[in-house]
Design a protein around this ligand. Structure first.
Ligand SMILES: Nc1ncnc2c1ncn2[C@@H]1O[C@H](COP(=O)(O)OP(=O)(O)OP(=O)(O)O)[C@@H](O)[C@H]1O
Ligand SMILES: [Mg+2]
Length: 245
C-alpha cells in the first residue's frame, strides 16, 4: 500500500517548478486508514491564533491535482497535519476529506492505542496522562516512519493539551497543527445527531475543560467548524498555501 501511495503520488507529479500547466492526472487514490494491525478502534476517545506559514520568497515545487484541484507540494509543504479538537469537532470527518483532497494518507490516531489502553477504555475507565504517553509516541513514530518513506499524512487526534501536541510534533517543523475551533453548542448538536456513537453525558464539558487551545508559538492553523466540510477543507488548504499559485 505504501508503495502504491508513493507511486500514485509520483504519478500525479506533473510539473516541477510550477512553470508548465499540468495535464489532467488520474484520480487520486482513496485515503487509506493507517494504523497498526491491532488493536481495533477503541469504543470512545478517552481524552476526550491563527498563524500563517512563513511566506517563501519564491515558491518552487510540484503541482499535483488530486480530485482535479491543483495542490502545491513545495519544499515547505508539511509532511503531516495533525487535525485536533474536542470530541465531535469533526476531526475524523475533516481529516479524511482533507487527506482525500490532498491525496495524502489518512491516519486515525485512535488506532495507535496500546492494548492496555483499549482494555481500560473498554472497561469504562478514563485514561490518565501516563496511559497517553505511549499512545502519542506511537503516533509520532508513525509520522516519522511515513515521512522517511516520503509519504505525507493527515492525522486525526484530539491532542487537547500542549504536552500531547509537543509529543506529536516532536520538534519537526514539517508537522503542523490544525485546530478545529467551534462552540460547545454547535458541537453538542452535531454529537446529538451523530449515529453509531455513544456519548457519555458530561464528556463534552470535560473535553472543553481539558482543552488548551494551541498557542501562536505552535504555528497552528485555526479553522472555524461553523462551515460545510468542503468549506473547512478549503480554509485549511488555503491557510497552508497548498493551493498552486
Ligand atoms: N462541517 C460539518 N458540518 C456538519 N456536520 C459535520 C461537520 N463536520 C463533522 N460533522 C458531523 O459531526 C459529527 C462529529 O464529527 P466527527 O465524528 O468527525 O468528530 P470527531 O472530532 O472525530 O469526534 P470523536 O473525537 O468523537 O472521534 C459527525 O456526525 C459528522 O458527520
Ligand atoms: Mg473521530
Amino acid at each position: 500500500m505504501r508503495f502504491f501511495a508513493a507511486s500514485a503520488l509520483l504519478s500525479l507529479v506533473v510539473s516541477c517548478g510550477g512553470s508548465q500547466p499540468p495535464p489532467e492526472p488520474p484520480p487520486a487514490p482513496a485515503p487509506t486508514a493507517s494504523g497498526p494491525a491491532s488493536p481495533e478502534a477503541p469504543m470512545a476517545t478517552a481524552d476526550a491564533g491563527m498563524a500563517a506559514p512563513a511566506p517563501s520568497a519564491k515558491r518552487s515545487g510540484w503541482s499535483i491535482r488530486p480530485h482535479f484541484r491543483r495542490i502545491f507540494v513545495g519544499s515547505e509543504t508539511p509532511f503531516a497535519l495533525v487535525v485536533m479538537g474536542v470530541s465531535g469537532s469533526g476531526k475524523s470527518t475533516i481529516a479524511e476529506q482533507l487527506a482525500a483532497r490532498l491525496g495524502w494518507r489518512y491516519v486515525d490516531g485512535d488506532l495507535f492505542h496500546p492494548p492496555a489502553n483499549v482494555a481500560k477504555m473498554s472497561a469504562g475507565h478514563p485514561l490518565n496522562d501516563e496511559d497517553r504517553w505511549p499512545w502519542l509516541r506511537a503516533i509520532a513514530a508513525e509520522i516519522d516512519r511515513l515521512a522517511a518513506a516520503g509519504e505525507r499524512a493527515v492525522v486525526a487526534c484530539s491532542a487537547l493539551k500542549r504536552a500531547y501536541r509537543d509529543i506529536l510534533v516532536h520538534g519537526r517543523d514539517d508537522v503542523r497543527i490544525v485546530f478545529l475551533d467551534g462552540t460547545k453548542d454547535l458541537i453538542a448538536k452535531r454529537l446529538a445527531a451523530r449515529k453509531g456513537h455513544f456519548m457519555p453525558p458530561g464528556l463534552l464539558d470535560s473535553q472543553f475543560r481539558t482543552l488548551e487551545p494551541p498557542q501562536a508559538s505552535e504555528r497552528p492553523v485555526t479553522v472555524s467548524i461553523d462551515a460545510s466540510v468542503d468549506g473547512i477543507v478549503d480554509d485549511i488548504v488555503r491557510q497552508l498555501e497548498l493551493v498552486a499559485p
